[in-house]
Design a protein around this ligand. Structure first.
Ligand SMILES: C[S@@+](CC[C@H](N)C(=O)[O-])C[C@H]1O[C@@H](n2cnc3c(N)ncnc32)[C@H](O)[C@@H]1O
Length: 363
């Protein structure tokens, strides 16, 4: 197959893949067949999520399957008697997919079509879209083919565009206006969710996030899809704008757009708390991620970072655990966030958090 193959193990699944060497980035289309070991945590999360969903006998489509890693892991590890289709336009990829199905003793439909043609042949209970870069080109036909009460998963690696590093591209590609904030990966994930919610709403379909997170170079969101204008209107009601004032550290959320704000982003929960609570992580990394998501899922749609309070506290930066505890002791909600190792979410204002830390330090 051109380059040396290696056998790797992900969860309970064996995969023969082109040797990824010391891959550390999101990967790109220059690879003869795409396999990224860095994305293993995203696939681990997928396995845990679909085990927790307990959906059986589904028609599922891994639309951009590469070596089949994601779809084959669902088939092998969720064990829910799914009828799985795996598609990739690259003929080399479909050879890996067939081989990986064989070594795991599984059967599935393997297709080698351009994505929009692959979905020609029917509708699906679950569609997974894991492109190079942005999922935007794949949205229109995904919206049309996922079934009522189905699920759809989108991965994005154009994180710089989503989080606002290139404001013109964010506006053009995702219809989001962006300003610089100290919580840009959170903005990026919420921008992706907002985009998906709006595209589905155009066709009177409601895509409600079951889980949304950032992991390494990936933003990932999985949605539950229902049909109906009332349901989609309700979701549109959770879109809004966040403001950030650098001079004061202040953050706020408002419904309407204005100059200097970021949005429309998703300001609702980062997923379904009950479902996330049922997820049983399959690796150390995902154990960490699921635990943090559970804490922060219903919190405010932005976060603070401990180092932002240094100058206010005479150069003393509170430890994250102390910052969270101090805020809770002062009667605020507070949690760490997976978006930043120094980040925390709270319903306290920047001013109130600073006061709580200052009085905590004085005690
Ligand atoms: C990021 S990779 C998928 C990785 C895979 N899901 C995994 O977990 O390892 C994207 C794949 O999409 C395929 N692809 C790109 N454009 C496509 C299109 N228009 N139709 C079908 N496949 C496409 C590429 O060949 C590539 O294998």
């Amino acid at each position: 197959m051109g380059q040396p193959d290696v056998e790797v193990r992900e969860g309970a699944t064996r995969l023969v893949v082109p040797d990824p060497g010391d891959a550390s980035g999101p990967g790109d289309s220059s690879m003869p067949v795409f396999y990224n070991p860095v994305a293993v945590a995203v696939r681990d999360m997928n396995v845990s999520l679909f085990r927790a969903l307990e959906r059986r006998n589904l028609d599922a489509m891994d639309l951009l399957a590469g070596t089949g890693a994601s779809g084959i892991r669902l088939l092998n590890e969720v064990r829910a008697e799914w009828s799985m289709s795996l598609n990739d336009i690259n003929p080399l990829a479909t050879r890996y997919i067939r081989r990986n199905l064989r070594i795991n003793g599984l059967s599935a439909r393997v297709m080698r079509r351009p994505a929009h043609r692959a979905l020609d042949s029917g509708s699906y209970d679950h569609i997974d879209v894991d492109p190079f870069g942005s999922p935007v080109p794949f949205l229109p036909f995904t919206v049309a083919t996922v079934r009522h009460r189905g699920t759809v998963g989108f991965t994005a690696t154009d994180t710089a565009v989503l989080c606002g590093t290139y404001p013109a591209a964010s506006r053009r590609r995702y219809g989001i206006q962006t300003e610089k904030t100290p919580f840009r990966h959170e903005v990026g994930v919420r921008a992706l969710v907002s985009y998906v919610v709006r595209r589905f709403a155009e066709q009177e379909r409601a895509a409600r996030p079951l889980i949304a997170f950032a992991e390494e170079h990936f933003y990932r969101a999985v949605f539950h899809v229902e049909s109906g204008s009332r349901r989609s209107d309700a979701l549109l009601g959770s879109l809004g704008y966040v403001g950030y004032r650098q001079e004061t550290g202040e953050r706020w959320v408002q419904e309407d757009p204005a100059r200097g704000l970021t949005g429309p982003i998703w300001t609702g929960p980062l997923g379904d708390r009950t479902l996330i609570g049922r997820m049983r992580p399959v690796s150390e990394r995902t154990e960490w991620l699921v635990a943090l998501l559970l804490e922060e899922v219903d919190q405010v749609p932005y976060h603070f970072n401990t180092d932002e309070f240094g100058s206010r506290l005479g150069g003393l930066i509170p430890r994250l655990v102390d910052a969270v505890q101090t805020l809770r002791d002062a009667g605020f909600s507070a949690s760490p966030t997976h978006f930043s190792p120094t980040g925390f979410k709270t319903d306290a204002t920047f001013e109130e958090a600073g006061e709580a830390f200052a009085s905590g330090a004085a005690r």
